[in-house]
Design a protein. Structure first.
Length: 109
């Protein structure tokens, strides 16, 4: 997002700007999340895709929303009809795509 886009979002949503002391107080946390945790996440994702292969890595990341939906339901959060339909549609699309891609022979270019 560009600086102009960020300024537009601040103006359009009328979000209050936090005081400077609040921003300074969270800088260590922000730096940790941006550099340490972000670096480890990207590195782990790349290693995982190397182990799983990109096709299975794509399937894995697309299953994550379904997993979080299932965990929320198990914790007692009542799903709405739209959530159930969306999860079912997503699951069917993932299964169909995975079966279709695996069934096609690889092309030599």
């Amino acid at each position: 997002m560009s600086a102009l886009g960020a300024i537009y979002c601040l103006i359009a949503t009328a979000s209050p700007v936090p005081p400077a002391d609040v921003v300074v107080s969270i800088l260590p946390h922000l730096a940790y999340m941006a550099f340490c945790a972000g670096f480890v996440a990207v590195l782990s994702w790349n290693v995982g895709n190397k182990i799983l292969t990109p096709l299975n890595g794509m399937l894995f990341i697309n299953v994550m929303p379904l997993t979080s939906f299932a965990i929320s339901a198990l914790e007692g959060l009542a799903p709405t009809t739209a959530q159930i339909l969306g999860a079912g549609l997503t699951g069917l699309a993932l299964i169909g795509n995975n079966l279709t891609v695996r069934a096609k022979p690889a092309r030599d270019f």
